[in-house]
Design a protein around this ligand. Structure first.
Ligand SMILES: Nc1ncnc2c1ncn2[C@@H]1O[C@H](COP(=O)(O)OP(=O)(O)O)[C@@H](O)[C@H]1O
Ligand SMILES: [Mg+2]
Length: 164
């Protein structure tokens, strides 16, 4: 399922709606080219999870943790050229537990990620269309997201009607 957003604010709003589905231990993988809005999506979702602190790209630290109604872990792995470096940041211990984890550029790590995850792919609209349009695609993987398929569809539906 996918939606089209027409601004960063719309992507934040959609992320906030998706965040309503999230539970402690969930993993979200944010994929898409540089500048597509992965961090914007993480910001919108984190705000909806009660994170007050501004969520910024974890450029130098790779991982940032935030307090919220549900704790949030934000990882940006595009700089990791070796999977081994994931161990150095304690990646496996970060996923699951009490927090919701957002991993940007997670498609690079497909094979090492837990199978239960929500993939969020952001793509710029075709070049002949508006510069700020993004296609945001949700793919729920694993039993935990298969069970939430109807809820995901409802969130998408409500958003489409709201912005149409
Ligand atoms: N529809 C949209 N959704 C998300 N971001 C958008 C949108 N339209 C324009 N933007 C802009 O695109 C940029 C996305 O940046 P960012 O989220 O850091 O990308 P990424 O993390 O994927 O590299 C921001 O400057 C944002 O304002
Ligand atoms: Mg980013």
């Amino acid at each position: 399922v996918n939606v089209r957003t027409r601004s960063a604010a719309e992507t934040r709003a959609f992320a906030g709606a998706v965040a309503g589905l999230l539970r402690p231990g969930d993993l979200l993988v944010l994929a898409g080219p540089l500048g597509s809005g992965k961090t914007v999506f993480a910001q919108g979702a984190a705000a909806a999870l009660g994170v007050v602190e501004p969520v910024v790209s974890p450029t130098f630290t790779l991982v940032r943790e935030y307090e919220g109604r549900i704790p949030v872990v934000h990882v940006d792995v595009y700089r990791l050229d070796r999977l081994r470096e994931l161990d150095d940041i304690g990646f496996e211990d970060l996923v699951g537990g009490d927090a919701v984890t957002f991993v940007e550029w997670g498609d690079v790590l497909d094979t090492v990620l837990p199978p239960d995850r929500l993939e969020v792919r952001l793509d710029p609209a075709p070049i002949d269309e508006a510069d700020d349009d993004r296609i945001v695609t949700l793919v729920g993987l694993g039993p935990s997201w298969q069970q939430r398929g109807v809820e995901v569809a409802e969130v998408v539906d409500r958003f489409r009607r709201g912005v149409a």
